[in-house]
Unconditional design. Structure first.
Length: 369
């Protein structure tokens, strides 16, 4: 188990002191740091390496697509309503980053014909995106640099809004922490396409709250973990109100001496009757020394729901290999084809064209025997 880092004392910036969120913020922060949930969340990750990233200089992400009508960008957070968006108890580490760095706020009030793109070139300012009711948009995030870095993103979807969110996270030599918190209001639809390569240590925290009746979230993720690299995924979807639905499909390939962790938690609140949640996590290990930690969780406080979850850990199917080889495909090529097909099932969305080749590139350097 990784040792928990004792984070530095919390110093609230002036703008945050003037918000409702500041009430009991320090007390809630300290309580979250000492809580048992935090120990479980950081069970497989050396938290000290991640929290030290906050000491690095941070820069504003390179933003494109913000010239469209209906997009307003500001660095003044003083008028933001964060009380129901930022939850200190769920992620004290992200809240500490919010207190330490400048903040970028993006308001989207009209349908966007082109994607809004965040391109990260290192340690980034926190970003908050508010999507107005009845608005549809596409958000893309790209991180390809081999720099130690972190990104924190809060995304709020108004009623009847729809957001397609695609994220490509590549670069294999860096320490990298990504945090995203999404709040979906009534009849809103949120879809995340996550594509990632492992790095020296890449940690992805995804927290989704379905706070309005009829809210829907869908997540697909394709991950390639090469030799001696590490990726930790922590995903929580909370069904808070009735008639909410969620779908998760996560495919990971882990090479020999690589390490992956998947913790997928579905939390059905007491008032979330008629909720429907499905989670599937499939893992392929390509060597006897691959380490795969898979933990799907259901926490249900209402009997009138439909939920299913499952995780599998295995190797390439011998029958499929035999079939390809019997038709003249070399064994090493057959193994690569099966791995590519496994990942491609979860490669989708507006960044799929770039994600597909990047995810399978490490397979070319492996001994596929």
């Amino acid at each position: 188990m990784a040792d928990l880092e004792v984070l530095e004392p919390l110093n609230l910036p002036e703008w945050l002191n003037n918000t409702v969120l500041a009430e009991d913020a320090v007390e809630n922060y300290q309580r979250a740091l000492a809580g048992p949930a935090r120990r479980e969340l950081w069970k497989y990750t050396p938290e000290r390496k991640i929290t030290e990233l906050r000491q690095l200089p941070a820069t504003q992400p390179v933003l494109s697509g913000h010239e469209q009508t209906g997009v307003t960008v500001t660095e003044d957070p003083s008028r933001l309503d964060l009380a129901d968006l930022v939850n200190i108890q769920r992620a004290p580490e992200a809240f500490a980053q919010l207190c330490k760095q400048p903040l970028l706020h993006i308001a989207v009030t009209a349908d966007l014909a082109q994607p809004l793109n965040l391109h990260y070139q290192g340690n980034s300012w926190p970003v908050i995106i508010d999507v107005a009711p009845d608005v549809s948009m596409t958000l893309t995030e790209e991180c390809e640099q081999d720099h130690d870095q972190q990104q924190t993103l809060w995304l709020r979807l108004g009623a009847n809004s729809a957001v397609t969110h695609a994220r490509n996270s590549f670069g294999a030599t860096a320490l990298h922490w990504q945090f995203v918190s999404v709040q979906v209001h009534a009849n809103g639809h949120y879809r995340l396409h996550n594509h990632a390569l492992a790095s020296t240590l890449r940690r992805q925290d995804t927290q989704i709250q379905l706070v309005g009746s009829g809210a829907h979230a869908e997540l697909t993720s394709a991950v390639m973990v090469a030799e001696r690299l590490n990726l930790d995924q922590q995903i929580t979807i909370e069904h808070i109100n009735p008639h909410t639905t969620s779908r998760q499909r996560v495919h990971n390939i882990v090479a020999d001496r690589g390490k992956s962790t998947f913790n997928g938690r579905i939390h059905i609140h007491e008032g979330a009757k008629n909720s429907d949640a499905q989670l599937s996590n499939k893992n392929l290990g390509l060597g006897a020394n691959a380490t795969i930690n898979a933990k799907p969780e259901l926490e249900i406080y209402n009997d009138d729901v439909s939920c299913a979850h499952g995780a599998t850990i295995g190797q390439l199917d011998d029958n499929q290999l035999f079939y390809l080889c019997s038709r003249g495909v070399a064994p090493a090529v057959a193994r690569r084809l099966l791995c590519e097909g496994f990942l491609q099932q979860c490669v989708d969305g507006p960044l799929a064209d770039a994600a597909g080749p990047a995810l399978v590139a490490p397979l070319q350097d492996m001994e596929m025997t």
